[in-house]
Design a binder for this molecule. Structure first.
Ligand SMILES: *Cc1c(COP(=O)(O)O)cnc(C)c1O
Length: 469
């Protein structure tokens, strides 16, 4: 591609992205296509001869776009958000242009040093203890796996990497923990049966007494408790496990404490939400995702660790071809996680943090929390609805409840939920809380304003009228 053409399409694509984001609310949130519809429109073999960008772009608009689900839609109330933002997108463009592979300091000193700086900024913004070192991973799933591997090494005096696990090690998490904990336990070689699910209280938070009981029982039976994963902001209901008592138990029994704050960690930039971090001094590792609620393009998950030597001992490798003269005085992030090659993820984070500033980000998070609170109050004022979990952040769990049997209520709420999403204007997902079909509404998209939550409420009331009449 010659420079003129590159430039012309570069401008065109930026125009396209700006235009897309300004009218993303006009699309149906979810793609209406059926399985196979996209594949059937694309040739099964690669093109023999090169094609023009014009042709490829034409097919992007005609074939690919209709098959997209619009995560940046203001009617996005599903799962948790995965926000982008203009400064993040522009930085991603620069990252792509640089095309650097930032596995070690030498392969781009700026990437390594900027990663140290932005992790330090985030640590201060969240009010995390000053002794924590940070590293950017791709996802919270990877960060939690890294924690489980490091905990495994520490529990076996760094022998598991060499010789495999001898004593049966155990891992503990609340029954509300994210599935990535189970996945990590499987991959890290503890064995699926080593994962103990600890009961949660009526607010879906882990019960510390039940945790200690399980640890004592395992010890009595000859198991070696190794790690606890606590969650701040569970995926189903946004529950907050109490770190302080959990931390004291971990301290007492010598267990690694990892905290999964993938979504809700961002809320700790608000002084009024700092309470979630009470007990952080006992925590060994902590993950949260700027790619969820901090306006940074997927993927960007930040992992903090107290004992970085334990982390490095778990992952380091020293092949001759990667040795450099400065290894003793710099961070080589290839030794801080699973992969060797690394994207330059710090750049987009730096752009976002500088562009919005702490107060700009705080204002957005506060707005989302306020809108979720407003929605919760509407539900409270309408006796047809029941709120199923405390609203700590911007996730509201609710259902219709007119007093019929639980089985019938589940059926009713399933059709209610389907009707809500059928509008195409908003998208909500569901979960199960104590067997109850639960509809989740998360306010977290950068583009969501009060008018969109009002529209959601109108759609939800209309659907409620229809399924209960
Ligand atoms: C979203 C989420 C995850 C998974 O995050 P990935 O970055 O997609 O791996 C893990 N834990 C919790 C609590 C989450 O909300």
């Amino acid at each position: 591609m010659n420079q003129e053409e590159f430039k012309r399409f570069g401008y065109l694509f930026v125009d396209w992205v700006v235009d897309y984001l300004s009218r993303v609310g006009d699309y149906p949130v979810c793609s209406p296509l059926q399985p196979g519809e996209i594949k059937n429109k694309i040739p099964h073999s690669p093109p023999e001869e090169g094609e023009s960008i014009t042709e490829i772009f034409h097919d992007f608009e005609k074939i690919i776009l209709p098959g997209m689900t619009h995560w940046q839609h203001p009617g996005w109330f599903a799962y948790f958000p995965a926000n982008n933002s203009p400064p993040s997108i522009l930085a991603e463009l620069l990252t792509a242009g640089l095309g650097a592979q930032c596995m070690i300091w030498k392969t781009s000193p700026a990437a390594t040093e900027l990663e140290e700086v932005v992790c330090g900024w985030l640590r201060q913004m969240l009010g995390l203890p000053s002794g924590l070192a940070g590293v950017i991973q791709d996802t919270a799933s990877t960060s939690t796996l890294v924690a489980l591997l490091t905990a495994r090494e520490k529990a076996t005096d760094y022998q598991a990497n060499l010789k495999g696990i001898k004593l049966p090690l155990c891992v503990y998490a609340s029954q509300e923990a994210h599935s990535s904990v189970e996945k990590g336990v499987k991959i890290a070689g503890y064995g699926r049966e080593a994962l103990r699910y600890i009961p949660a209280d009526e607010n879906y938070a882990l019960i510390p007494e039940a945790l200690e009981e399980a640890i004592n029982q395992d010890k009595a039976e000859g198991y070696q408790p190794a790690c606890v994963v606590a969650t701040l902001g569970t995926t189903s209901s946004g529950a907050v496990d109490p770190l302080a008592p959990i931390g004291r138990i971990c301290q007492k029994h010598g267990l690694w404490l990892h905290v999964d704050a993938a979504y809700a960690g961002t809320a700790a930039i608000l002084p009024e939400k700092r309470w979630i971090l009470e007990g952080m001094e006992h925590v060994d590792s902590f993950v949260f995702n700027p790619h969820k609620w901090m306006l940074t393009n997927f993927d960007c998950s930040v992992y903090f660790i107290k004992d970085k030597e334990a982390l490095i001992r778990t992952f380091e490798i020293h092949p001759e071809y990667l040795k450099t003269g400065v290894d003793a005085v710099v961070n080589n992030y290839r030794d801080w996680g699973i992969q060797l090659g690394r994207r330059f993820r710090a750049l987009k984070l730096w752009f976002v943090l500088r562009y919005y500033g702490v107060s700009g980000l705080q204002a957005i998070i506060r707005k989302h929390i306020r809108l979720a609170q407003m929605f919760k109050e509407w539900l409270e004022d309408d006796e047809r609805f029941e709120i199923l979990a405390p609203v700590h952040f911007s996730l509201v769990c609710f259902r219709l409840n007119d007093g019929r049997s639980e089985a019938e209520l589940n059926e009713l709420n399933r059709s209610f939920h389907q009707k809500i999403n059928k509008s195409g204007r908003i998208f909500l997902t569901h979960t199960s809380l104590r067997g109850k079909y639960t509809i989740r509404l998360v306010v977290g998209s950068r583009t969501t304003e009060e008018e969109h939550v009002r529209e959601a409420w109108a759609i939800i009331r209309q659907a409620a009228d229809e399924v209960t009449k």
